[in-house]
Write a protein that binds this ligand. Structure first.
Ligand code: UT7
Length: 329
């Protein structure tokens, strides 16, 4: 009999400080009307001065452990998806392992941009199925405000900070992960990246002056890619699960742009009441966006036991991933 693996508990955290579109109007040449019409975003949460990715991950992880009824020592592995780690190394997952007291856990970071949480879910479910580990803590956590060029209206209006976590483990037969699709197209890496700070362009006063350590994005290219890939990855995950789009009870898409989300829903022929949207409140929190949305949807009673839930995201890499879960809580 195949082992069923699913989400045993979830938690999230967003920083206290809210920055509205009106606040951004005072910083860059933009307007609430432009941001709302082009993206659907109204506000974003921004980390406090000394609040870093591992801090937000820690709160989300504690909430997820509590929801799962497990302790930190029950965790065998931590996978933390982020594009804004505390440091280049050691991994933020290792920092979290220490702060959480998960002394029995191995730990590593996963770099797949905004697809990172869904990649982590796909990978962790297969590690548990293999019998190697029983409980894996996966987290998407981002302090994108720390790598933002606050003079670039092309990026600073679309991103926000936050963290979402899930405990993955064995569940009832027939429940949990039913279908997976993951992919990458590295030729599009140039459309969304942080140019400086790595071995290609080490930090120097010139790289700082040129804003090389901030997010650089060709929004139009990422948009075109997203529209195409959201359709393809969801169709492939449905095929992998031997399901049709009408079997889906709730779509939890990456929260990047309302126009991308509505296009994906249309292609799947899903009414918008079967699509969770919260980017108006949080903007694009990259790897944290899907777990935050999933957590909220469950807390709001929009996902019930036995519902088929489709998670789908895309991001830097370029990467994409979709997972279908039969909800087991
Ligand atoms: O998580 C994955 C990563 N990112 C994404 O998924 C982002 C995908 N891309 C997008 O969501 C959209 O491309 C953006 C929201 C980033 C931009 O929207 P757009 O409709 O593609 O705008 P655009 O770049 O084509 O710019 C249209 C116009 C330009 O002015 P002109 O040349 O027509 O006069 C821009 O200069 O809007 C201008 N513009 C702005 N105006 C006010 C660009 N950004 C802003 C802004 N406020 N913030």
């Amino acid at each position: 009999m195949t082992i069923a693996v699913g989400i045993l508990g979830m938690g999230y955290y967003v920083p206290e400080r809210i920055m509205t579109n009106y606040d951004l109007e005072k910083i860059v040449d933009t307007s609430d009307q432009w941001i709302t019409e082009r993206t659907g975003i109204k506000q974003r949460h921004i980390a406090a001065k000394n609040e870093v990715t591992s801090d937000m991950a820690l709160i989300a992880a504690k909430n997820a452990l509590q929801d799962a009824g497990l302790s930190a020592e029950d965790i065998d592995l931590i996978i933390l998806a982020t594009a804004s780690p505390d440091h280049a190394f050691p991994s933020t997952a290792c920092i979290l392992q220490d702060h959480l007291g998960a002394k029995n856990a191995a730990a590593f970071d996963l770099s797949a941009g905004c697809s990172g949480f869904v990649y982590s879910l796909a990978v962790s479910s297969q590690i548990i199925k293999s019998g190697l580990y029983k409980h894996i803590l996966i987290i998407g956590a981002e302090t994108l405000s720390s790598i933002m060029n606050w003079h670039d209206r092309n990026t600073c209006v679309v991103f926000g900070d936050g963290a979402g976590a899930a405990v993955i483990g064995i569940t009832e037969p027939g429940y949990g992960v039913l279908g997976i699709d993951m992919g990458a197209d590295g030729s599009g890496g140039k459309y969304l990246y942080q140019p400086a700070g790595g071995s290609r362009c080490p930090a120097s006063s010139e790289t700082v002056a040129a804003n090389g350590h901030t997010i650089h994005m060709n929004g139009q290219e990422v948009f075109k890619f997203a529209i195409k890939i959201m359709g393809k990855t969801t169709e492939r995950a449905l095929k992998n699960a031997n399901m049709k789009s009408e079997d889906i009870d709730m779509l939890i898409p990456h929260q990047a742009n309302l126009r991308i989300i509505t296009s994906a829903a249309k292609r799947l022929k899903l009414p918008m009441d079967k699509v969770w949207v919260n980017l108006d409140k949080y903007a694009n929190t990259s790897a944290a966006s899907i777990p935050i949305a999933l957590c909220e949807a469950q807390a709001a009673g929009a996902i019930k036991k036995s519902d088929n839930v489709l998670l789908a995201g895309f991001g830097a890499g370029l990467t994409w991933a979709a997972v279908i879960l039969k909800w087991c809580k």
